[in-house]
Design a protein around this ligand. Structure first.
Ligand code: AMP
Length: 189
């Protein structure tokens, strides 16, 4: 059986968003990206957007309270009732625990954490290139290195969290987008 409730974990630039976008073409479930939702809130100038912007521009994490609220609201929507691909959430152990709780309230359970493993330096180069193309505010080298540090300190512990639950699947993130997509397809089966 193919997993329909899972998350993509990996350092910034590992290709979570790209892989999630490929997956939703084949699966009838939504991609849920807290990064995209926060950028929308910033663009719309909402209160959440205004608070989030400072953290995002620095490459810091937005507070658990805000992000958990955003994710909770999104996961409760109808289109997520049959499954979802989480992209960029959770990013802290507190968020992961909150996710378990909110899914349990919805009568659901996370099936798999797909962790994309990539070396740091090629990622920094990839992010610098992407920043040039997309013109993101969190795009200079200092911010990018900070995002890597934040990933290592706050998000990497999630590997152990999900390993402990027996739902961690590690996927090698090198090679082409298609190579990685194929590896992810295999672990979802
Ligand atoms: P992303 O597009 O997923 O790389 O997210 C861009 C930025 O949004 C991150 O650098 C954080 O500042 C913020 N963000 C997105 N998702 C989260 C999250 N789950 N927890 C905290 N901050 C987040």
């Amino acid at each position: 059986m193919t997993a329909t409730r899972f998350l993509l974990l990996g350092p910034p630039g590992a290709g979570k968003g790209t892989q999630a976008a490929l997956l939703i073409e084949k699966m009838a479930v939504p991609q849920i990206s807290t990064g995209d939702m926060l950028r929308e809130a910033v663009a719309a100038g909402t209160e959440i957007g205004q608070i989030a912007k400072t953290c995002m521009d620095r490459g810091e994490l937005v507070s658990d309270e805000i992000v958990i609220g955003v994710a909770r609201e999104r996961l409760a929507k109808d289109d997520a009732s049959k499954g979802f691909i989480l992209d960029g959430f959770p990013r802290t152990v507190a968020q992961a625990a909150a996710l378990d709780e909110m899914l349990s309230e919805l009568g659901q359970k996370l099936e798999l954490c797909v962790a994309i493993a990539v070396e740091e330096e090629p990622l920094v180069q990839r992010l610098l290139k992407r920043a040039e193309i997309e013109g993101r505010a969190d795009d200079n080298e200092e911010t990018i290195r900070n995002r890597m540090r934040v990933y290592r300190d706050q998000t990497e512990p999630l590997l152990d969290y999900y390993r402990g639950k027996g739902i961690l699947a590690e996927v090698e993130g090198s090679g082409t987008v298609e190579d990685v997509a194929e590896r992810i397809g295999k672990v979802l089966e």
